[in-house]
Design a binder for this molecule. Structure first.
Ligand code: HEC
Ligand code: HEC
Length: 251
């Protein structure tokens, strides 16, 4: 039975390479690929398990859990991770998955927002994301996202920091090359939140942006800033069609 289920999953999974876009998965060693695919070996699954517990835990003044309103995550959250960032009518701007979850905490549950990179936010985001495993990243074709995508593209190609390097220098021009011991990938976002060996833990896509900004000695932007949401949208569009791998294992 288990074998049948995993065969079906492998067949349904979106491809790791779409045109010239390659998931970070394709840059991993065979051992790390196997680790990511193994539910027991993938360290990120610890966060997914914690997220499952949070999903069912009542909290806040409303004493409701995520499950109270959304039911079984396997159906209610399927496809959600593949479609974010998404436009939010109340805020009149696009928001990422972490921000969407925190809006449910504050507005639907009467509970405090989880801090960025807290174990709780990473866990619930990983759990929600996992329900889209293997589905192709496909943001809604929403013209309101377009100015943010364009800003993200401009950000991506702009040199910055003491090193005066653009994101595109490392992840387009030098992709596949080695830089100070790192094997540079295309910097795709389909695996987040990821379990990163270097961090010995989990990180959101915005933690990665900050890490990459700091790597060239540039001032990182705030978590949830419009700049980083623009980057998220641009990168999701660039990698449209790649499979959600949450939680991916990366070096
Ligand atoms: C009291 C009911 C309620 C609770 C409790 C609740 N939500 Fe929601 N959630 C909603 C509603 C209503 C929406 C749609 C809001 C909208 O479209 O503006 C939503 C939307 C979402 C979305 C976006 C779905 C999409 O397709 O874009 C996610 C993700 C989500 N909730 C996650 C959670 C998580 C995780 C929890 C627990 C921490 C939670 N919600 C708790 C009512 C709730
Ligand atoms: C000096 C080189 C360098 C620059 C410039 C750089 N990065 Fe990275 N980036 C890395 C390294 C090293 C890694 C980890 C190995 C890999 O996946 O390439 C990484 C990883 C990533 C990942 C994760 C890829 C995955 O598969 O999980 C993303 C997303 C990313 N970078 C985005 C960006 C963005 C956005 C910028 C510009 C703000 C940027 N990077 C600038 C070096 C760089």
């Amino acid at each position: 039975m288990l074998v049948l289920v995993s065969v079906a999953l492998a067949q349904d999974r979106a491809p790791y390479t779409v045109g010239d876009q390659r998931s970070g998965y394709t840059y991993l060693t065979k051992e790390l690929q196997a680790q990511q695919n193994d539910e027991l070996g993938n360290q990120g699954m610890l966060w997914v398990e914690r997220g499952a517990a949070l999903w069912n835990a009542a909290a806040g003044t409303a004493a409701k859990s995520c499950a109270t309103c959304h039911g079984d995550a396997a159906t209610g959250m399927k496809g959600v991770r593949a479609s974010y960032p998404k436009w939010n009518d109340a805020l009149k701007k696009p928001i990422g998955l972490e921000q969407r979850i925190n809006l449910c905490r504050t507005e639907q549950m009467g509970a405090p927002a989880f801090a960025w990179e807290s174990e709780a936010l990473l866990s619930i985001t990983a759990y929600v994301g996992r329900q889209s495993l293997g589905l192709a990243v496909a943001l809604p074709r929403d013209p309101r996202l377009e100015p943010y995508r364009q800003a993200g593209e401009a950000f991506y190609n702009q040199r910055r920091g003491q090193w005066q390097l653009a994101c595109s220098y490392c992840h387009v021009e030098q992709a596949g090359q080695h830089l100070r011991g790192d094997h540079l990938s295309q910097g795709q976002t389909n695996g987040f939140p990821i379990y990163r060996l270097l961090w010995d833990g989990m990180g959101s896509v915005q933690r990665m942006f900050r890490w990459c900004n700091e790597g060239v000695r540039a001032e990182p932007y705030d978590y949830g800033s419009d700049e980083y949401i623009g980057l998220e949208i641009y990168l999701a569009e660039r990698g449209r069609g790649l499979p959600v791998e949450t939680p991916a294992v990366r070096r």
